[in-house]
Design a protein around this ligand. Structure first.
Ligand code: GLU
Length: 512
């Protein structure tokens, strides 16, 4: 058989912010498409008008763009198989529903919600299927004239899929192998509702996958139960020869305990479950996002890629290109993947560490601005050098500010407990001596200043700790931070000396 062109689709429903599990689905689709030189489609499945949420579609686009998950065909990108939004494909679905009805593979049903309710109340485990359908109000059980009359009167109806019982339905899944179930356990699913002239998910999904020539359906495990129905629909349309290959990805599990990862786990344990911050248009609630928490998109991609897949060895740090080269369904797991968010932070730390300071500068600007520092008050090179110096201490981007603030704002106060411990009655005199020495030096780099200061300490019989801790307190405002002469090198002689002078003037010697 001729090899089919790889065409995959990510098909979210715009019912709220894209969950991190959806992001992983999009990522795996993208990796597989790129690896095979195929096409990545973004299809908006908005046939459930009740659950439509304004802003959700933009959110999806912005999230994928932030993460570098490129789309070849979609609402924004266009393409030869559009429209890519299901609410704009009504005519197509209407025609396909009619085809099924004409072929006797589907039927019209008038049962009202109250009637269905009653049927369920009367018969435990009621299911609309071969065992019950002839007792219900549908075109199989009613005379033709009555059906026509009800339709002519505008009575709302649905179209149901006629499922033949007793068939062995096989779903071939690239991760799970062959899964087989009996059609007897399936109900006659609703495919279309006249009330809003829209198909349901099942019909629209199958028709579009077929028309868009999708070769692989890669989606979350929660859709596995729908797959047998989808197989039967392909057959009912006579499309079994071009049925896509199914791939159901393992669930994302709670970091602790049992069960599926939920937003509540994030709230409880303090991590986001959405790529970007989301402002709920109805409730006004704000849900935190990985971007706003200070994750680098590359780190999040790397972390997510390994939730349910491994490269076959213990390599952990992989760029998008590495992932595209290595990805395979053979190394995807069947069982759920624990959402180990601490590991996510580790990835982020590694990515910050391996990003040159100059490339971190644009990501750092928002933190400078938030602290009231004008970005142009400092040169790009200075900011880059500072970031290179502190980045080994950062897990998330805001940590960079926490580590580097004193490079941009001179201390205005001094940590009380450090003052108590480090500022002795003799300290002002020591610092004045140090200033005199620093004034004689051409620069304050580790190479120039460190040996001279150490020699001065030794010659005068001073205590290194006493001098250095007080010096640090004067420069940083607290006794933390990188190597002291790395700090002085970046601050430069004038600023260093100014800060020491100021500390001498400001800090009162604590009473013993
Ligand atoms: N619209 C479905 C969703 O929101 C798509 C499922 C599928 O990929 O078939 O996930």
């Amino acid at each position: 058989m001729e090899q089919r062109r790889v065409r995959v689709r990510f098909a979210p429903s715009p019912t709220g912010p894209l969950h991190i599990g959806g992001v992983r689905t999009a990522l795996y689709n993208y990796l597989f498409a790129r690896q095979n030189g195929g096409d990545m489609i973004l299809r908006i499945e908005d046939t459930d008008s009740q659950r439509f949420v304004p802003g959700a579609e933009d959110y999806i686009n912005e999230s994928l763009a932030w993460l570098g998950i490129g789309i070849d065909e979609g609402v924004r990108e266009g393409g030869a198989y559009g429209p890519y939004k299901q609410s704009e494909r009504r005519d197509i679905y209407r025609k396909h529903v009619k085809d099924l009805l004409d072929a006797g593979k589907a039927y019209i049903a008038f049962d009202t919600p109250a009637e269905l309710e009653k049927a369920r109340a009367e018969k435990p485990n009621f299911q609309y299927d071969a065992s019950t359908r002839l007792q219900m109000r549908n075109s199989l059980a009613m005379p033709r004239e009555e059906v026509d009359r009800l339709i002519a009167e505008g009575t709302p109806y649905v179209v149901r899929f006629l499922i033949e019982p007793g068939r062995d339905v096989k779903v071939n899944d690239l991760i799970r192998g062959e899964v087989s179930i009996s059609s007897s356990i399936l109900d006659d699913k609703v495919l279309y509702k006249s009330a809003d002239d829209l198909p349901t998910y099942h019909l629209a999904n199958i028709v579009d996958d077929h028309l868009m020539e999708v070769s692989h359906v890669i989606r979350g495990e929660e859709w596995l139960p729908s797959a047998p129905l989808h197989v039967l629909l392909y057959e009912a349309f006579g499309w079994q020869d071009t049925m896509p290959q199914f791939v159901h990805l393992p669930l994302l599990l709670k970091p602790d305990g049992k069960g599926k990862l939920s937003k509540r786990d994030g709230d409880r344990l303090g991590f986001p479950v959405f790529p970007l911050e989301w402002h709920d248009p109805k409730s006004g609630d704000i849900s935190s996002g990985f971007r706003e928490r200070g994750y680098l998109p590359q780190a999040l991609v790397n972390f997510l890629a390994l939730l349910g897949w491994n490269p076959g060895d213990d390599t952990e740090i992989m760029s998008m290109d590495d992932l595209i080269a290595k990805f395979s369904f053979a190394h995807c797991s069947k069982s759920g993947a624990r959402f180990a968010f601490e590991k996510g932070k580790w990835f982020n730390h590694e990515y910050i560490l391996n990003t040159p300071g100059k490339d971190l500068v644009p990501m750092f600007y928002p933190y400078l601005e938030a602290a009231g520092v004008k970005a142009d008050a400092f040169s790009q090179d200075y900011i880059a050098d500072v970031l290179d110096l502190v980045k080994s201490r950062a897990e998330l981007l805001p940590d960079l500010w926490g580590q580097a603030d004193f490079f941009f704002i001179a201390p205005e106060a001094y940590a009380e407990k450090d003052v108590k411990k480090r500022w002795k009655p003799e300290t002002p005199e020591l610092m004045n001596g140090l200033i005199k020495l620093l004034e004689t030096l051409p620069d304050l780099s580790p190479a120039t200043a460190e040996p001279v200061v150490m020699q001065w300490i030794a010659n005068n019989g001073l205590h290194t700790g006493n001098v250095m801790n007080a010096f640090r307190l004067a420069l940083v405002g607290r006794c933390t931070g990188p190597h002291i002469f790395e700090i002085t090198q970046l601050l430069g002689s004038d600023e260093t000396i100014r800060r020491v002078r100021r500390a001498v003037a400001e800090i009162k010697v604590p009473e013993a």
